[in-house]
Write a protein that binds this ligand. Structure first.
Ligand code: CUA
Length: 335
């Protein structure tokens, strides 16, 4: 062992490798580019959490794969050596070590994720339902024994029961305040309908003003759907006979996809709509245009006024036969 003095000590190697892996992992975590753009107040919260998981995942990947490749090269079988390697069985300190580290990581991620969920408003759902109990709701009910053929629109003064609410409520900043805009959302095979009850507007697309506190009351007419806006990092099931909610503030004007994220039938893949986040001026213009449109008695005139959008019945028409909704029922959905 006369060359002993010239080798680099293992601790120095470990430190160097640790620093390099940490730097690479943090860089990958911050620059992974896996998420779409951020368009709601909740989006950065989710992304910070996601990026931390990418940092940890990258570090573990480099460590484990690096060790495998290093060992495969350094300890490969010498030529002509056909003997078995020395048997190794059990190493308690090592096993404690590699059990403790993942356990600590999982606990940290668990606590952090609950904090993110709280900041998003996930834990304020009950309080808020009690605050907003006086709004009325439209439920689309089915006639018993005639599923899919005759949906009825049943307007009732709804009374919210706090305990039955699920979803994302007000962020801690807005807890106890009423939302600026309330929209009732109905998922049905295979479309989303948005009912601005207080404003008398029914739309196939969701229009919201930027920077305002928006509350969606979500339900479904037929089967379970899921309302998902990737750019908002928000997703909520739409459940028949149950009202869920999503509360958000959009931070960036633009058009973002609304995607159904629950397999709901043969056209699930086509069950998409759009959320249009307007500047305040644009939103007022849209309101004015559509409040006029909704007052028109003749459905066709109403459709003509908002010719830039596809109306709900237009959207559904190609599928009407497939899903067993007749044209009268389609017309009814407009009301
Ligand atoms: Cu609705 Cu998938």
């Amino acid at each position: 062992m006369e060359h002993e003095k010239e080798t680099i000590p293992g601790s120095v190697w470990a430190l160097t490798i640790g620093v390099v892996i940490t730097i690479i992992s943090i860089w990958v975590g911050q620059n992974n580019g896996l998420m779409p753009e951020q368009a709601s107040e909740q989006a950065p919260l989710v992304d910070n959490f996601f990026n931390l998981m990418v940092i940890i995942g990258t570090a573990l990947f480099l460590l484990v794969e690096g060790a495998i490749i290093f060992a495969a090269i350094k300890y490969r079988k010498p030529k002509g050596d056909n003997t078995d390697a020395a048997p190794i069985k059990g190493n308690l300190p090592l096993e404690v070590f590699w059990t403790a580290i993942p356990a600590i990581i999982v606990i940290i991620l668990g606590i952090y994720s609950v904090d993110v969920y709280k900041e998003m408003g996930g834990l304020e759902i009950g309080h808020e339902a009690m605050m907003a109990h006086h709004h009325s709701e439209t439920k689309i009910a089915m006639v018993p024994g005639s599923e899919m053929t005759a949906p009825l629109i049943d307007k009732t003064q709804g009374t919210e029961i706090a305990s039955s609410k699920i979803g994302v409520g007000a962020s801690p900043l807005r807890e106890g305040k009423l939302a600026d805009l309330v929209v009732n959302v109905t998922g049905l095979q295979f479309a989303w309908l948005f009912n601005y009850q207080d404003l008398g507007i029914m739309s196939g697309q969701l229009h919201v003003p930027v920077g305002k506190d928006v509350l969606l009351n979500i339900t479904a007419k037929d089967v379970i759907h899921a309302f998902w806006v990737p750019q908002f990092r928000l997703k909520q099931d739409a459940i028949p006979g149950e009202e869920t909610q999503l509360r958000f503030v959009a931070t960036k004007p633009g058009n973002y996809p609304i995607v159904c994220a629950e397999l709901c039938g043969s056209y699930h893949g086509g069950m998409r709509s759009e959320i249009i986040v307007h500047t305040p001026e644009e939103y007022d213009a849209w309101l004015e245009e559509n409040q006029v449109a909704s007052k028109q008695q003749d459905l066709k005139e109403a459709v003509a006024v908002k010719s830039s959008d596809r109306s709900n019945s237009e959207f559904l028409a190609p599928y009407a036969e497939e899903i067993g909704i007749d044209h009268n029922s389609l017309a009814q959905l407009q009301q």
